[in-house]
Design a protein around this ligand. Structure first.
Ligand code: FAD
Length: 461
């Protein structure tokens, strides 16, 4: 191997973006459109797309393609699916389509602009002694210093984890077969029984994949640590809202005690959110989005194990702390416990010479990254920029559903006060709509949600 070297002349750019995942790509795209800045992008992986490069083969977006990707380029064709469990709704790009799209954006938009340099297979090392930023090629070992005139943009902070990046966090005895969903497509013989571990979107995808391949529901068990409220994808489509606008629900203040539960019940009866089992009240909310047809499929699985998190799996049993349930020897376990929405402490997005990209609207990361670039280009001063772009941490519990409604309402009301920002959001890839008259959420509705959250012990600032 050649000795490690450092490039003699440092690279000079306006922005150094660390991470070519969906957020880094969305940020750079809007920055190029709104400014004449130069950008260097550094990423550990060999192609743009971040976690999509490590995804299971049958992954798809769970929100319509039209809402995803960079602002300057449509993802997909805007087609409506004619068949399958998403029939009648806007298409959902596959993982391969997402990767092909980001590759095309990188080559034909970013690199073709002459203003972007891209360094794949390179690790960002941090600042060097002289204040320059440094990264190192993971292949050649060559180190490059970058003089950054404006900001270093951290597009890695959300720390997305997908199953192929992790190993189970529970003990697995010898003789027990646990695979990532990535390996389902490599099966060469029928397993006696399959148990899907994890109730998030990946667990849902794995169950649907098994059912769609004709596995008898009686041969599937599903370990569900927490039931979650699920968005109905029919309500998250382009065009006029088909359900109560988020934040627009006007609860009855007379409801008094249990206000948060009443508020969630109103969202359920309004058709925005759904639950898997009619007799189980979900305690989680993770922004997962399904269709009613998918929910009907999932309900064919009867053996849903609701004992909390798995602590150990042995050949003939599964342990959930103090609870042990029998298991069929020879069961194939599909581990879907990676946390794609790791809770990250919110930090200011704009902070002197750095930016730390985070969701501004929870679960709308690409819109948020693009908004941050627009605000960076169009406004002066970090205080104002942070006021326009407060972080919206990932949701976890059911109480984060009312909080999500509140966040959308307060942010869109603030944005609607600025005609240019409102107009820009109207052109952005986003589920979020900002009405002209700031009517999305009344003061009374916001006050009620705050009351409901305070009463439930989850006040918002
Ligand atoms: C299965 C799945 C489906 C999803 N579906 C949707 C959807 O339908 N709609 C939607 O809006 N969102 C969806 N999301 C969420 C989504 O893709 C987000 O947009 C996600 O947060 C974007 O990823 P990111 O850019 O933040 O992070 P990542 O994709 O993780 O990218 C971060 C990048 O940073 C690089 N990196 C990290 N550290 C370093 C370092 N030190 N040096 C160099 N490079 C580094 C990594 O290599 C990586 O490429 C989905 C997520 C998952 C997991």
């Amino acid at each position: 191997m050649p000795a490690e070297t450092t490039d003699p002349a440092p690279l000079e750019v306006d922005y150094l973006v660390i991470g070519a995942g969906a957020m880094g790509m969305a940020f750079v795209d809007t920055l190029l459109t709104e400014t004449d800045a130069t950008v260097a992008i550094v990423d550990r992986y060999d192609q743009p797309g971040g976690h999509w490069t490590r995804a299971y083969p049958f992954v798809r977006l769970h929100q319509p393609s039209v809402f995803y990707g960079v602002n300057s380029r449509e993802l997909g064709t805007g087609a409506i699916d004619a068949v399958g469990l998403n029939a009648g709704l806007h298409e959902l790009a596959t993982g391969d389509e997402v990767l092909a799209y980001f590759d095309d954006v990188m080559r034909r938009t970013f690199l073709a602009s002459g203003r972007v340099s891209y360094f794949p297979m390179s690790n960002y090392d941090g600042p060097a002694e002289d204040g320059a930023q440094r990264f190192t090629s993971l292949v050649s070992g060559r180190t490059t210093d970058v003089v950054v005139r404006r900001r270093v943009v951290d597009a890695t902070y959300m720390n997305v984890t997908v199953p192929s990046m992790t190993t189970p966090r529970y003990a697995v005895a010898a003789g027990v077969r646990v695979i990532a969903p990535n390996d389902l497509v490599g099966l060469t013989s029928r397993p006696a029984h399959v148990t899907v571990v994890g109730s998030g979107k990946t667990g849902i995808d794995a169950c649907l994949w098994l059912l769609q391949h004709g596995v008898d529901p009686a041969d599937i068990s599903w370990i569900m640590p927490r039931d979650a409220w699920l968005f109905d994808r029919a309500r998250i489509q382009p065009g006029p809202p088909a359900a109560p606008e988020p934040g627009g629900v006007e609860p009855d203040p007379a409801l008094g005690s249990g206000a948060a539960d009443q508020l969630i019940a109103a969202l359920e009866s309004g058709g925005l959110v759904m639950r898997l089992a009619p007799d189980v009240v979900p305690t989680a909310f993770r922004c997962a989005t399904v269709t009613r047809a998918e929910l009907d499929e999932l309900r064919r699985i009867d053996d849903v194990l609701r004992h909390g998190r798995v602590t150990a799996i042995d050949v003939d049993r599964i342990e959930f702390g103090d609870v042990t349930v029998p298991a069929q020897p020879g069961t194939l376990y599909v581990d879907c416990t990676a946390d794609g929405l790791e809770p990250r402490p919110p930090v200011p997005i704009f902070d002197g010479s750095r930016m730390t990209l985070q969701a501004v609207i929870p679960c709308q990361q690409v819109f948020s990254a693009s908004l941050a670039a627009y605000v960076e280009a169009s406004y002066d001063g970090d205080d104002l920029k942070n006021e326009l772009c407060p972080p919206g941490p990932h949701p976890s519990t059911h109480l984060d559903l009312p909080k999500y409604m509140l966040d959308i309402g307060t942010r869109t009301r603030r944005w609607s006060e600025d005609p240019e920002l409102r107009a820009w959001i109207g052109t952005a890839r986003s589920v979020v709509r900002v009405p002209d008259d700031a009517s999305l959420q009344t003061d009374e509705a916001a006050a009620f949600i705050r009351h409901a959250l305070a009463e439930a012990g989850a006040p918002v600032g």
